[in-house]
Design a protein around this ligand. Structure first.
Ligand SMILES: [Mn+2]
Length: 356
């Protein structure tokens, strides 16, 4: 079976003859092409055309072996898409509303005769259950994060800036074979740790600080994600209570999560513990998200998600408590959800680390 043929049942469900795929992660998943520029045209009668330009042409031909690779030179993407659709006699054509820019939509509307049908990111359904090959890459990506965490502990000394810590995390991961960050590292020290997505700055870490580090890498296209919070020096009683509560909430999810639960049920395990410990309102984000070719993928675990999480799905487990003007703690692992539990891909320690 050609790799992109996995998408054909979805075209069938949407009652379309063809689909214009611009989401680059979907293109990679369906063709094997790993660069970042191209449009894939799938047709129900068994054609897949990957259009790109000269810069990527030889790579596309080498990687997307099951596709006709077309060079956009001398024409435009939309004229070439129109030509492919005409050749295949398509009359109803899906396009991804999230991945299509308005200017591209305008160009399609101008050049493409068949009916254009906007669809949500329906191809992501294929990517929710990870294959053995994907799991191997995800395991490796997460273990690279573990290595970076063990190394960064030696760098956490008074006077070091958040930006320096972020740069070193990136460096350590790339030296282990990562191609880059899966997102810009979050390094939040002291009162900055009260902001879940703080941007690292020139603040110098000092004794008594919480230091929250949320980071991940890309390994062979696949993302990792982990968070650890440590204390520089000795933790005080308030810090201990917050840390212990987050750790207990995180462990409860790891103990209870399994296939068949909704995202809301999974989230609720941690939220109940945090609320009952007196921190209601201090856990203002969802518990987790899936991860794969992209750092945030469905399914999600949050207070609203009714989606059932199936075996073979990845999920981050990342509860946190954030107290304005004081600081915060988040602990995050990446797990593979199984029929009766989960496999934790992260192995970094989670007891409260107090750095001398
Ligand atoms: Mn995350």
């Amino acid at each position: 079976m050609k790799t992109w043929e996995r998408a054909l049942p979805i075209l069938e469900q949407q009652s379309v003859d063809a689909m214009i795929v611009r989401d680059i992660a979907n293109i990679r998943y369906l063709t094997g092409y790993t660069n970042d520029t191209g449009v894939l045209v799938l047709t129900k009668d068994g054609g897949a055309s990957l259009i790109t330009d000269f810069r990527f042409l030889f790579q596309a031909k080498a990687q997307a072996k099951d596709c006709d690779v077309l060079d956009v030179a001398g024409t435009t993407y939309e004229e070439l898409i129109a030509k492919v659709l005409t050749e295949h006699g398509a009359s109803r054509v899906a396009f991804e509303r999230e991945a299509t820019q308005y200017k591209d939509y305008e160009a399609m509307a101008k050049h493409i005769e068949p009916e254009l049908v906007p669809v949500d990111n329906i191809l992501i359904e294929l990517r929710k259950i990870k294959t053995a090959d994907e799991l191997a890459k995800l395991r490796r990506a997460e273990s690279i994060g573990d290595i970076a965490f063990s190394k960064i502990l030696g760098d956490l000394k008074p006077g070091v800036t958040e930006l320096e810590i972020a740069a070193k995390l990136t460096y350590y991961m790339c030296m282990e074979g990562a191609t880059g960050n899966s997102f810009s590292p979050i390094v939040a020290s002291g009162v900055n740790s009260s902001m879940p997505h703080a941007i690292p700055g020139e603040r110098r870490i000092q004794k008594g600080d919480f230091i929250t580090m949320d980071f991940g890498c890309v390994y062979d296209g696949y993302c990792s994600d982990m968070t650890r919070t440590v204390v520089l020096g000795k933790a005080d009683a308030g810090q201990r209570k917050i840390y212990e509560t987050v750790q207990r909430a995180q462990q409860a999810v790891l103990d209870k999560i399994h296939a068949g639960m909704t995202g809301k049920e999974i989230d609720g395990i941690a939220r109940t513990i945090i609320n009952e410990a007196g921190y209601e309102g201090c856990f203002g984000h969802g518990l987790g998200h899936s991860v794969g070719l992209e750092i945030h993928e469905p399914p999600y675990a949050n207070a609203r998600s009714e989606e059932v999480v199936r075996a073979g799905s990845m999920m981050t487990v990342e509860p946190g408590i954030y107290v304005e003007g004081f600081g915060g703690v988040r602990i995050e692992d990446l797990v593979l959800v199984t029929e009766d539990g989960c496999e934790n891909l992260a192995s970094s320690r989670k007891d409260l680390i107090e750095i001398d």
